[in-house]
Design a protein around this ligand. Sequence first.
Ligand code: C5P
Length: 221
Amino acid sequence: RRNGALAGRRVLITAGPTREAIDPVRFLSNRSSGKMGYALAWAAREAGAEVVLVSGPVSLTPPAGVEVVAVESAAQMYAQVMAQVTDCDVFIGAAAVADYTPVTAAGQKIKKHRDRLQLELVRTPDILAAVAGHRPRPFTVGFAAETERVREYARDKLARKGLDLIAANPVGPSQGFDRDDNTLWVLWPGGERDLGTASKRELARRLITLIGERYGQENST
Ligand code: C5P
């Protein structure tokens, strides 16, 4: 394993949810557990890579030998990733980054004076698309969690964000987030592969092996 294409390579991975502050005590977030990203960090380390994990708030123990950079918001995750992007060979965006964040966070706790409260939200930066658009850029891998037409939307996302590879997984009430197992279908510009249904740890190992193969092919000439 350790003499595969990822041995000695720098792999940057995002994991977990982000928290978008509403006021000093409240935030918007999502159900991501970070398990897939942490499993990928573990598997990449197993493959001999130097791994940096930019992680939103999760209750997981980081894999041994992996450098963790803890962040909260999408903006912080973006800043930490962009600070490291030039130095990495492979980027894997496994975080469930909030798509929207409050336009402003209130300086003090919002009081419940009124019956209705409106929050105005603004789009967050797309970290994955920013990495793919960076020059020089790492081999860039994204995730597509979809509730329907999984492969079709993933193929579209691969092209639209300019990725080297995308891992698509069906999500819904009994699949995906905050679970130990997962189903992955992987697509790249010239092909696709079914990685099956397995534990996140096993799927992470399969995905890292495939990333090593594709990365090795693109960087062998
Ligand atoms: O467009 P969508 O959010 O479905 O894309 C999912 C992929 O994009 C994931 O790999 C996720 O980590 C990444 N992403 C990101 N920054 C965002 C939104 C999504 O890196 N603001």
